[in-house]
Design a binder for this molecule. Structure first.
Ligand SMILES: O=C(O)c1cc(=O)[nH]c(=O)n1[C@@H]1O[C@H](COP(=O)(O)O)[C@@H](O)[C@H]1O
Length: 313
């Protein structure tokens, strides 16, 4: 099944457009988890990996019933070397075991021949031995577009071949996004609009039964006006929408990322969910807090969609 169809099926099952970002920060993992890992493994990177794995598994158990997809950002793992990568792999495997789709947020790209290695590692099978599986193998991957189409093709090929998805950075959520993305390109079109045209074009071969392509776009919740334009430029692309919660984006801000059919975007929140236990209004138990935060986020988004879109849960 095409990735976009898989995503929509999962969205329908959970009645949720939310994505939980698994971005663990050592100092914000509950103290009892950190202390236990250090007691068992000493002050080592093995302890760091064990703490991350236990924390993530707790979050996954708490939210799996309520969201279709999770997004581990690989920077929070690879900073701890091979132990961090082990934690990433075990997190991905656990999430998939619990029926969640996994977007690997690794923002990859390179010249075509190197991009193929990235594509095979994250969205396929490294071509070494028959039957060898790759533990980084996720359902979708974030991609930077800077190198042009030869760096994109290997990812698109693997999406087609292996029913995977990609989300290409089009309009990012950060405050300096405009420095490059809003530069005027040809015909007064801005760079991010030109990118949107390309994403739409790259997606034409990978459209699923529900009318959405597996070639998606990253569009920040912090730019609702631009999102409206982008929705029109890429009617068949699914959007990954970061910036909700900790970066200030709210439910009304993400509405323009959706089509009238009530689909077309998954909204990510990382810190707002996984560290909800630090806030007074939530339980001090990090799992209960994450679960409540996700329930609130679903309600928030579904209510806003009901108000503005023809179809919604
Ligand atoms: O590709 C992304 O996911 C991404 C793109 C973007 O434009 N902005 C953005 O914040 N992200 C990621 O989305 C997550 C946002 O985390 P919170 O701000 O904690 O919700 C982080 O993993 C970011 O790396």
């Amino acid at each position: 099944m095409n990735f976009a169809d898989k995503l929509i099926k999962a969205v329908n099952q959970k009645e949720s457009h939310a994505c939980v970002g698994l971005d663990p920060r050592w100092g914000r993992i509950p103290e009892e988890i950190r202390n236990k890992a250090i007691a068992e493994q000493g002050e080592t990177l093995v302890a760091v990996a064990e703490a991350i794995i236990e924390f993530n598994q707790g979050i996954i158990d708490a939210v799996a019933q309520y969201v279709p997809v999770v997004k581990p950002q690989i920077a929070f793992y690879e900073q701890y070397g091979h132990q961090g990568i082990r934690a990433f792999e075990e997190t991905v495997a656990y999430a998939q075991e619990k029926g969640l789709l996994v977007i690997s947020d690794a923002k990859r790209n390179d010249i075509g021949s190197t991009a193929k290695a990235y594509a095979d590692g994250h969205l396929g099978t490294a071509n070494v031995l028959e039957g060898l599986t790759v533990d980084l193998n996720t359902d979708a991957l974030t991609i930077t577009p800077y190198l042009g189409c030869d760096g994109i093709k290997p990812f698109v090929n693997n999406c087609q071949k292996n029913d995977k998805g990609i989300f290409i950075l089009v309009k990012t959520s950060n405050s300096s996004a405009h420095e490059l993305q809003d530069i005027k390109a040809e015909d007064d079109e801005l760079v991010f609009e030109k990118l949107a045209d390309l994403v739409d074009e790259w997606g034409t071969e990978v459209v699923g039964e529900k009318g959405y392509s597996s070639i998606g776009a990253v569009v920040g919740a912090t730019y609702p006006e631009e999102a409206e334009k982008l929705r029109n430029l890429m009617p068949h692309s699914y959007f990954l929408v970061p910036g909700y919660g900790a970066q200030g984006g709210g439910a009304e801000d993400v509405v323009p990322c959706f089509n009238e059919d009530g689909y077309g975007a998954v909204v990510n929140s990382s810190r707002g969910i996984i560290f909800a236990y630090e806030k007074e209004e939530y339980s001090a138990d990090y799992k209960k807090a994450a679960q409540q935060a996700v329930i609130n986020m679903n309600q928030d988004i579904n209510t806003a969609l009901k108000k503005y879109k023809k179809f919604a849960f």
